[in-house]
Design a protein around this ligand. Structure first.
Ligand SMILES: Cc1ncc(COP(=O)(O)O)c(C=O)c1O
Length: 363
């Protein structure tokens, strides 16, 4: 049978199996119920990303939603790219705020920091950039814009576990940084997410977030706890945290292999545009922009090679503002092919992918 090459492929071994078994037998499956895997994961991840504090939750979507709910954004505006997974914008709408989509930079496919200021109004409260594919957006400039205009920086770092900006880990820059540990991500769990907090007030913030992630309960340790506000159930479970702790140990090593694969793509692929090579990037995937991308994707799939089209632009969805025009986003969305970078790829896989794409480009 022809070898199938997946776009995403979590890297697992006996260590994941062993912690799953242990957690199962412990019968402590929920956060806070005894074996403290979630707490341990929060602490270990916080050390690696060098942030003030972390709160683990049950998905990247929850991380975005809860973080935005910490800001007073009702009827206000949040600036973000349309080139993202739809939950980046859903989290804004679910908090009764208005998403303001700004076009992307075609060199990075991240929000174009030069176009942000023209979208700022009296109602703007927050900038929500996405580190697309794991490549950090221009955080230096965006931070400056936030400071000048008194806006909060919330980063969508769903692709960026193990990425850096100017040599400092993603997770240590914005006031809030939201990670996803969806099974396809560089750090994979069955489901999971995390909010990193960088703020002088982090102790107050963390308390509020911990309460918000579990039904508004203020102090779960005490039996006579209070509930001061509406909250829902967003906690991470112990199985996810246990897998996450194992995955975290190998994240750096596996991201290095992703970088080696990305370097080959960057050095060898001949195409219209491609993701640059940058050692700060976690390379959640590698992207290229090509003409007739559907045709090329079909050829690759016939050879057993799975690719992606991250993303259909959010502003084109029926529930969003279909009328606005974002030329770079629309061009990239119809020409993008996302390619696998995961460490299960062998040399022959890379050789074949590169050969097919370059042959297609010559025709
Ligand atoms: C850019 C981006 N933001 C947010 C999310 C949401 O994360 P999750 O699937 O863990 O809810 C994802 C992942 O799927 C994503 O890729």
């Amino acid at each position: 049978m022809k070898r199938q090459i997946k776009l995403f492929d979590p890297i697992i071994d006996n260590n994941e199996l062993s912690v799953l078994n242990k957690t199962l037998k412990s019968k402590f499956w929920a956060d806070g119920s005894g074996s403290n895997q979630v707490r341990k994961f929060e602490e270990k991840f916080q050390k690696i990303i060098k942030s003030d504090s972390t709160v683990a939750v049950n998905s990247g979507t929850s991380a975005l939603y809860l973080t935005l709910s910490m800001e007073d954004i009702k009827n206000k505006e949040v600036i973000l790219p349309s080139m993202s997974f739809v939950s980046t914008a859903h989290a804004v709408v679910a908090n009764n705020a208005k998403p303001i989509f700004v076009d992307i930079d075609l060199d990075t496919l991240c929000i174009d920091s030069n176009k942000i200021e023209e979208s700022i109004t009296k109602s703007t409260k927050t900038i929500l950039p996405v580190h697309f594919g794991g490549l950090s957006c221009n955080l230096t400039k965006i931070k400056k814009i936030c400071n000048t205009n008194n806006l909060t920086l919330i980063e969508d770092a769903a692709h960026a576990a193990g990425s850096f900006h100017n040599g400092k880990p993603i997770g240590s820059h914005g006031k809030f940084v939201c990670f996803s540990f969806h099974p396809v991500k560089n750090l994979a769990m069955p489901t999971g997410g995390l909010i990193s907090i960088n703020d002088n007030n982090y102790k107050r913030i963390i308390k509020k977030l911990q309460s918000k992630r579990w039904c508004g309960i203020t102090n779960r340790i005490k039996t006579n706890y209070d509930v001061k506000e509406l909250g829902w159930n967003y906690y991470m479970n112990e199985f996810s945290a246990a897998i996450g702790l194992v995955q975290l140990k190998k994240l750096k090593k596996l991201n290095k292999i992703r970088q080696q694969n990305a370097k080959r793509y960057f050095d060898e692929l001949v195409c219209e545009r491609k993701l640059k090579f940058d050692r700060n990037c976690s390379y959640h995937f590698y992207w290229i922009l090509v003409k007739n991308r559907n045709k090329l994707r079909k050829i690759l799939l016939e050879k057993g090679i799975e690719t992606g089209t991250h993303y259909p632009p959010i502003h084109k969805f029926t529930m969003y503002d279909k009328k606005i025009s974002l030329p770079n986003t629309e061009y990239a969305a119809k020409s993008i092919i996302t390619l696998p970078t995961h460490p299960n790829l062998i040399k022959n896989d890379m050789d074949e992918i590169i050969k097919i794409i370059n042959k297609f480009g010559k025709n």
